[in-house]
Every structure is written in C-alpha cells, then in structure tokens.
Design a binder for this molecule. Structure first.
Ligand code: NDP
Ligand code: 2IT
Length: 451
C-alpha cells in the first residue's frame, strides 16, 4: 500500500476513535472496511472531496429510548432501546433487532455499519440499520416477552414504516418476538403493512425466511469450496451457536452430505462425531424453538455425544468452520486451533465473529475465509424478498424464494471474486465484499448530493 493511503487510513481511524470513544466493536468494523476501501478512495478524488467515507461512519440518525415494563411478579423493570439508522443511500433503512444483555451503543453501531454494505451486496434496494435492547429474553415467560415487546414498539413505531425503516430479527428476536412487535405496531399505526420482516407465514411472512441465513451461508460456502474443486460432501463441519442461523446452516450442511459435529450456546458446546441426522435436527428444533432448552441436553439424549462446558467448538478438528453465534467468538488462539486441526474454510454466519488477529491467522494460513457481510447476507436478502411480496400483495412458493436466494448468494460470490481476486489468483473475500458494497453506496451518496 502506498504511503499516502497508509497515512490516510491512520488519520481517518484517529478521527473515528476520537469521535467515538469507548466503542471497540464499532472501531473494529470500521477499520476493516477502511483498510479495504482506502486505496479506492484515495484514487478517486471526488469521493475524498465529498468526504463520502467520513459521512458513512456517522449514522444518519440514532434513537435511544427508555423501555419500561412489568415482570410477572409485579416488579417494574427498565431496559434501554436503540435504533441506529446508518444509511438510506440505496433504500429504506433495513436491519435486525437484537435482544441480549450485552447490547450497547458500540454493538448497535457496528452492526448498523456492517448492514449497510451487506444490504448493498444483495443488490436489493435496502439501506442499513440495526436496533435492539439490553433486555434478556432468557428465562422470561411469554407474557413478559410480550409486555416488553409492546413497550419497545410503543416508542419504536414513530421511527419506522414500510418505506422508512423495516426491522427484523437477530439474536434473541425470532418469530415469537416479531409477532408481538408486529401486533403492537399495527395497533398503534392502524395499518397492516410490511414494516417488519420475519413475519409468520399466515400474516405476511415469506416462505424460507427462517431458513434463509443458514441456507444462504451454505450456498455461499459451497461456491467458495468450488473455487478449490471441493464441496461439503463428506466434510467435517463445526458450527457454533444453536439458534436460528446455526440450526439451518446445520440442516443444509448435513443435507449437502457433510458431517456436522458441533453446536454450542453461551454455556458450552456439544460434539457428536457421528454427525447430525434429520432425526437429531428435529430434536434440536424442538429443544431450542419450542422448549427453549439448552444445547447440553442434546448430549444426554443421544449416545456418543460429549458436552464441554465453558468452551467453544474450535478445538475439535474439522474441515469447515461455520461460526453462527456472535461477534468475536473466534479469537487468535481459536484460529490457530482451526488451522492446526486441518480446517480449509471458515465462512461466517454470525456478524464479525472473528477478531482481526484471528482473521490474520486464517488468511495467513491460506484458508478460504468469508466475512459475515458476504456469507450471511441471505437472511436480509430474503427479508428484501418478503418486502417485495408484501408490496405486491403476493406470496411466492418456496421454490421461487430458494431460486432467488441461490442467485443472490451466487451474485455476491461473483462480486467478491471481481473485487477481491489477488494477482496470484487467490481471493480476498474481505476486500472483495467491502469494496463491492462500498462502491455501490458511495455512488448513490455522490449522486444524491451533500445529505
Ligand atoms: P439466536 O438468538 O437465534 O441464536 C444465537 C445463538 O448464539 C444462541 O445459541 C446463543 O446462545 C449464541 N450466543 C449468543 N450470544 C452469545 C455470546 N455472547 N457468547 C456465546 N454464544 C452466544 O440468533 P441468530 O441465530 O439469529 O444470530 C446468530 C448470529 O447470526 C448473530 O451474530 C446475528 O447477528 C447473525 N445473523 C443473524 C441473521 C438472522 O437472520 N437471524 C442474519 C445474519 C446474521 P445462548 O442461548 O446461550 O445465548
Ligand atoms: O444481521 C442481519 O443481516 C440480520 N439480522 C437480518 C436483518 C434483516 O433485516 O433481515
């Protein structure tokens, strides 16, 4: 990299750190993008003059609000709600809601920033946003979750709409929560619209939206493997998480002929050397989505399975790793274990699951590696398809949605190759994804003037 661009990056990051103190996840996400796109920016003076990148790291709007609610014992509880509207350059704000005790402004801003580039990669007209709360749904009754969702929406409804901002699910927000949020939105606005995605099938939802992130991840990873003449067939796959993304990534990987060895939650991981089967998957769906139990129960239910508390699954030798839980869940030592275990491909289902040090280890060892904003974009892409169906008042078949999902993931893979192929023929998917997303958003911002 030329010294001018290097200096530009350090100056830029210095400003970002000074303006956004105490937001390490946001700094991490911004640095990764800036390092990828800086050579393009410094080679395009009109982008420098218009301070396009400087504007991108300043969200268009942030709403932070009080969410009071009452628990089942009559005690008053107070949580904090967020919606970060990062960019409306190419469409209405779009992105999920996360309910998890770790939620804070840094995490919301990093997710909204990433979402802007991810949504651009889908080629659908969606801007970038993220929201959520430090509310912890774990251990709460359905009635408590409903009261919380209703209180959360009683403020959020002012800031969203089918042509303004369309939230969806993320960690801790699934079909149940979207239902409660949608019901309250409809009541407050007196309108039945496609303002949320991930809706139930009988009231505006799209077929395959629950499956989309995990399936899309496997479609993308298949294309990565294909660049080296490989496939999922017979490969050992380690998956972290046991939620929405992990479940459907596991199901698809298994159906593609892989041996899915692990699943996890924040308490530990299970290792099943025989691999998941349809019967075992049905158990996981029932355990996690209906009983809302813990993954360790899998180990007591099926023979030959071990449960390791307090650890992540990356120490078990595997061919393919699909992190599908949360940010920074693959640290440097985990990456070293993956490399030592013979892993050939790390495809991210979660958002920013690998630390910068881990990415250096993975890329340095020559593994195939894709960032979440490329390989997990199938979820939001199918949300975009749900929005289209809502606008047209139509309902597409599963085959139709699946065909579009496959095409979109394939197009994202092509964009990564186009912008990320190195002179030696290897592919830097990080650079490819960041540059492809950035160029689209930057061009739209330039056309629309100084807003
Ligand atoms: P879920 O809430 O359905 O599942 C999350 C899973 O990850 C749970 O097993 C959870 O375990 C585990 N997990 C969450 N936080 C932590 C943590 N701090 N440490 C260890 N494990 C943790 O969420 P999703 O499956 O929807 O989301 C998973 C990831 O995928 C997130 O990074 C999300 O941003 C990303 N994503 C989701 C999309 C979607 O459509 N849902 C789309 C694109 C990306 P526990 O039960 O113990 O908390
Ligand atoms: O991180 C993500 O892309 C999501 N949680 C899905 C967002 C969406 O609007 O479907």
């Amino acid at each position: 990299m030329d010294p001018f661009t290097q200096k530009y990056i350090e100056g830029f990051m210095g400003d970002v750190l000074a303006r956004n103190p105490g937001e390490p996840e946001f700094h991490q996400a911004v640095r990764e993008v800036v390092e990828s796109v800086a050579p393009y920016v410094t080679a395009n003076p009109h982008l420098m003059d218009q301070k396009i990148l400087e504007r991108m790291v300043e969200p268009e709007r942030i709403v932070i609000f009080r969410v009071p609610w009452m628990d089942d014992y009559g005690e008053v509880r107070i949580n904090r709600g967020f919606r970060v509207q990062a960019s409306s350059a190419i469409g209405p704000y779009k992105g999920g809601l996360r309910f998890h005790p770790s939620v804070n402004l840094s995490i919301m801003k990093f997710l909204a920033f990433e979402q802007t580039f991810k949504n651009a990669l889908t080629t659908l007209p969606m801007g970038g946003a993220k929201g959520g709360s430090d509310f912890n749904p774990r251990g709460k009754s359905d009635a408590e979750v409903m009261r919380f969702c209703q209180s959360f929406m009683t403020e959020l409804y002012r800031h969203i709409g089918p042509n303004v901002d369309v939230p969806a699910g993320d960690i801790g927000v699934g079909g149940r929560e979207i239902g409660f949020l949608f019901g309250q939105y409809k009541r407050l606005k007196d309108e039945f619209s496609g303002t949320l995605t991930g809706k139930g099938l009988g009231w505006g939802g799209s077929l395959l939206r629950p499956e989309a992130t995990g399936y899309g991840l496997c479609y993308f990873a298949s294309q990565m493997l294909e660049t080296r003449g490989q496939s999922f067939e017979g490969k050992r796959v380690n998956i972290s998480g046991a939620g929405n993304v992990a479940q459907y990534a596991a199901q698809k990987a298994m159906r593609l002929g892989a041996v899915v060895q692990t699943l996890s939650d924040s308490d530990g991981f299970i290792y099943d050397p025989a691999g998941l089967t349809e019967e075992k998957m049905n158990y996981v769906f029932e355990l996690k989505n209906i009983r809302r139990g813990r993954i360790k129960e899998y180990a007591t239910h099926f023979p030959g399975v071990t449960y390791t508390p307090g650890e992540r699954p990356w120490g078990i030798p595997c061919d393919i790793a699909l992190p599908c839980a949360t940010q920074n869940e693959i640290e440097k030592a985990d990456a070293e274990k993956l490399v030592a275990g013979g892993c050939i491909c790390v495809a991210e289902g979660a958002n920013m699951p690998s630390t910068p040090e881990a990415i250096r280890v993975i890329q340095g060892a020559g593994l195939l590696y894709s960032p979440g904003k490329a390989s997990n974009a199938g979820g939001v892409a199918t949300s975009g398809l749900e929005m289209s169906q809502n606008s047209m008042r139509q309902h597409w078949s599963a085959e139709e949605v699946d065909a579009q999902l496959r095409r979109i993931m394939s197009d994202i893979h092509s964009a990564c190759l186009r912008y990320g192929t190195n002179p030696d023929g290897s592919v830097n998917y990080v650079k490819g994804a960041n540059l492809a997303g950035f160029i689209q958003v930057a061009a739209a911002m330039y056309d629309q003037g100084l807003v």
